[in-house]
Design a protein around this ligand. Sequence first.
Ligand code: NDP
Length: 311
Amino acid sequence: MEQIECLIIGSGPAGYTAAIYASRADLKPVMYVGLQPGGQLTTTTEVDNFPGYPDGVDGNAMMEDLKKQAERFGTDVRWGLVTQVKFSEEVGGWHHVTVDETTEIQARSVIISTGASAQYLGLPSEEKFMGFGVSACAVCDGFFYKGMDVVIVGGGDTAAEEATYLAKLCPKVTLLVRRDEMRASKAMQNRVLSTPNIEVRWNTETVELQGGQSVEGVKVRDRISGEESVIPAKGFFVAIGHKPNTDIFKGQLVMDETGYLKTTPGKTETVRPGVFAAGDVQDKVYRQAITAAGTGCMAALEAERYLGALH
Ligand code: NDP
């Protein structure tokens, strides 16, 4: 059975940053890229807020660059999905990992960077305009809609936070809430309701997005009267929650009530020795590429220290 010193699961900014640090420290990391190689950034068009790119960078191009950088130092980047894990409870023990349900490997340290997936409404028109008016991250993409009217859907803290963020850039923000109340904290709701250029449409659901090459309007339905109308908008932001990709770790690692992995505060270590978590899989608050990269770096440094102490 193959034995690996440092296994990295997932290939977003957290995983690749961990790979760069781990390979430069000669841990000979092996990365399995998972179902969405490159992670969530491959679904956006332009990344404008990652330091070091004064003119912005295409999300796919940036992830290709990160991959090249990790490979330059010897990271073994492999296609494959980790389908099962059995983590050791002993310091220095081997962690058992199954790839694509067939290949068994053992790893002395594991960095989990499987990310989270934004939830979408599931409308065909939403998929059609993905990256062309549809976004699940206002902080990432809001700037591209500066000076334009936008619509955002959701009623939680994310929707409230993103609506107020967009209201600083856009003349009008329409927030679609499917019930007659928001789930967001009172403080966040008050901020939304006191922002003059945010209009909240209660009991309202999205029917479809309209437009040619990109979004031009959002057809909505009042859930009480059944009345339909179209809101002119160039941007449609979905903020109905994220799902961390942690199903395979259930029963082995500690998670919060929504499935995010818990780590020691200020560190990336989990409850199992030699198992670290970095990026969105353990962060439901910031969820940025740069914060994911930061925790990826931390995880690799912690793995290096863990492995170093064993020898
Ligand atoms: P939440 O799960 O809290 O909220 C999701 C919202 O989307 C709900 O209002 C829900 O409506 C709505 N929704 C779900 N599905 C649909 C749908 N198909 N159509 C329309 N609306 C839909 O997710 P968040 O991302 O907002 O927050 C996740 C966690 O992160 C929370 O614990 C939150 O407090 C936290 N957070 C904290 C922040 C902070 O402290 N600054 C910032 C952002 C998030 P309904 O209520 O009807 O179910």
